[in-house]
Design a protein around this ligand. Structure first.
Ligand code: HXC
Length: 261
């Protein structure tokens, strides 16, 4: 890719799996440029039909230690009043990638790093990974979705404890409370995430997209609105080739045999 700190690559063995790779040593601190590159990377994988699933990865040592504190320390209210929307928007662009997205979390996922991982559909973490929202220790609060996406994932009381204390959440606790979905040895984090992504990459792209939109839009809506979103997405899939392929395959060969293109 042409970005400086964020690369978009396809996994060599699974070309339908795109990897958004953060690479800003030492800690993948998320400065304004990285945020912009993340938004551009999200747009690119969202718009590329050859990409069927996505892995977010920060390398073997660290996912991301959060916003660049050295850059942020210089900001005043007027700066942040203009910049804070762009911060949120870049992660919202990741959350809205209309394909399965898996975060491969090694080392630390703190502050904005944790908030980025929260934008994935699933999180695979190293068994020694540490996640958290340490903003309170800097005299601020999470500003890239942490006060909203964390409670939606782990519940309000657990989220408040994590945000109020700023403490690090070890991988085993993260697994227990649903903050991550799997823990594996560090060396297995990336291959496990790619294997998950590859499994979805063979599925029907438009149905996966509809499923993601229905769940994510529905969670923010009342039940009646959510059911209406589901109904429209559901009916819409009857205009797709995948629906024909899937149902014809069931009738001719039995369940789970369909080869989607
Ligand atoms: C800028 C950072 C950084 C950060 C680490 N570094 N985190 N620089 N912003 N968020 C730098 C250190 O200054 C140091 O630079 C080098 O990376 C290595 O860090 P160390 O602290 O020496 O390493 P270690 O002792 O292993 O501790 C790692 C760590 C710790 C636990 C991740 O660095 C840490 O607590 N970092 C801050 C985490 C944090 O508060 N994140 C939330 C930020 S607020 P030198 O040059 O000395 O080697 C936030 C708000 C989000 O994210 C809002 C929207 C995005």
């Amino acid at each position: 890719g042409e970005f400086e700190f964020v690369r978009v690559e396809s996994d060599p063995e699974n070309p339908a799996v795109a990897v958004i790779r953060l690479d800003r040593p030492k800690m993948n601190a998320l400065n304004a440029q990285v945020q912009g590159e993340i938004a551009a990377a999200a747009a690119r994988v969202a718009g590329d039909d050859a990409v069927r699933a996505v892995v977010l990865y920060g390398g073997e040592r660290v996912f991301a230690a959060g916003a660049d504190v050295k850059e942020m320390a210089e900001s005043d209210y007027a700066d942040m009043a203009t910049r804070s929307r762009a911060l949120q928007d870049s992660f919202t662009a990741v959350a809205r990638i209309p394909k399965p997205v898996i975060a491969a979390v090694t080392g630390y996922a703190l502050g904005g790093g944790c908030e980025l991982a929260l934008c994935a559909d699933f999180r695979v973490a190293a068994d020694d990974a540490k996640l958290g929202q340490p903003e309170i220790l800097l005299g601020i609060i999470p500003g890239a979705g942490g006060t909203q996406r964390l409670p939606r994932l782990v519940g309000p009381a657990r989220a408040k404890d994590i945000i109020y204390t700023g403490r690090m959440v070890e991988a085993d606790e993260a697994l227990r409370i649903g903050l991550v979905d799997d823990t594996v040895p560090t060396a297995d984090v990336y291959p496990t995430a790619v294997a998950m992504a590859a499994r979805y990459a063979n599925g029907p792209a438009l149905a996966l997209r509809a499923a993601k939109e229905a769940v994510d839009s529905g969670i923010d809506a009342d039940l009646g609105t959510g059911l209406e979103i589901e109904r429209l997405q559901f009916a819409g899939l009857f205009a797709t080739e995948d629906q024909q392929t899937g149902m014809r395959s069931f009738i001719e060969h039995g369940p789970g045999q369909a080869q989607f293109t």
